[in-house]
Design a binder for this molecule. Sequence first.
Ligand code: CAA
Length: 383
Amino acid sequence: MADLFTLSEEHRAFQEVVRKICEERIAPRAAEIDANAEFPWDVKEVLAENGLLGLHIAEEYGGSGADALTFVIMAEEVSRVCASSSVIPLVQKLGTMPIALAASEEQKHAWLPGVASGEDLISYCLSEPDAGSDAASMKTTAVREGDEYVLNGTKVWISMAGPSNMYTVLARTDPAAGAKGISAFLVRSEDPGFSVGKAEDKLGIKGSPTCQVHFDDCRIPAERLIGEEGRGFYYAMAAFDHTRLVVGAQAVGIAQGAIDFAADYVKGREQFGKPIGSFQGVQFMLADMVTEAEAARGLVYAAAAKADRGDSDLTQFSSMAKLKAGDVAMSVTTDAVQLLGGYGYTKDYPVERMMRDAKITQIYEGTQQIQRMVIARQRLGKL
Ligand code: CAA
């Protein structure tokens, strides 16, 4: 029973290896990636060559078939040093999930090995200009014409659009059937009628491109349909069950990075003749930051365990993990800036970047308000 609340030997050893890679190969690049708002191809290579982009993919499709907790540990460690870089494995998993959940064996064998090796990058296209929180109101259409589907519409807020060459796209195959009229497809960047549009100029995760994606009579072979026609919305929601908890892990990692930096700082910074960390006011702030981050981590790990076991309350726990961890990341990074005072407000120190990066964890993969809706519906049913 004692093992319940601690990482196993294997998980701990994995965490150590990943931390070393992150400290040595990713952390030194973080400030530059943020300042230049560049997609870090070199970091993508580091992740790929260490097998970290294939953790979530089963061995038979070229991945390592790691459990959800292993993925969470990796997401946490990468986020601790560079949140922009952590979006790469996070979105690889999100784009993959509908395929893992619903694609045929043939499709999985054809599509997943490239994602697992990092040769292919895959994005997830759900949101539209008028369909954000209300995802089921999407208007992008996919019309069957002979052996093809023809897609028309615009998707927005697409993480990694541009670098990605594969896109899991949700589109409407029945205009009258609401959530039951949505289907999932795999679109490739070279498909005719596919284009990447405006890139957003964002507050944080600046090294992760977020763009519009356009489908103008985009023709794809009919065998790119994932699962059954009309089931796409279910796959999209079921995918979130496995990935919202990963956003939680990202948030915990960002919070941990800020805590680690601020703790070192308050030990070294002297005012009134002693380290500011010796003042009780500072100690109490740090104690709350550490406690909140551990509470969030516990919820993220619990959700990961539920994902592996296939527990029926995964939906609720995944949303709770993201909700708690996103709010903790925001408050902890804000307090870290406070502990550094004026220095924390400058780009000479990483905590202002962490504070900007933390904000996205309260917004994407469903706002904190949507997570509350999901949690309440799980408890009460849809009233
Ligand atoms: N698993 C399986 N099926 C599910 C499900 C789940 N977790 N959640 C809902 N469904 C099913 C429901 O059972 C229902 O099916 P039936 O009608 O057959 O019972 C169907 O889906 C529709 O569900 P709802 O009636 O609950 O749908 P809704 O329209 O009220 O919306 C919502 C539900 C939770 C608000 C959903 O729209 C939502 O999650 N919105 C937020 C969208 C979002 O997260 N966007 C993020 C964009 S992606 C992103 O951010 C990625 C990135 O950049 C990194």
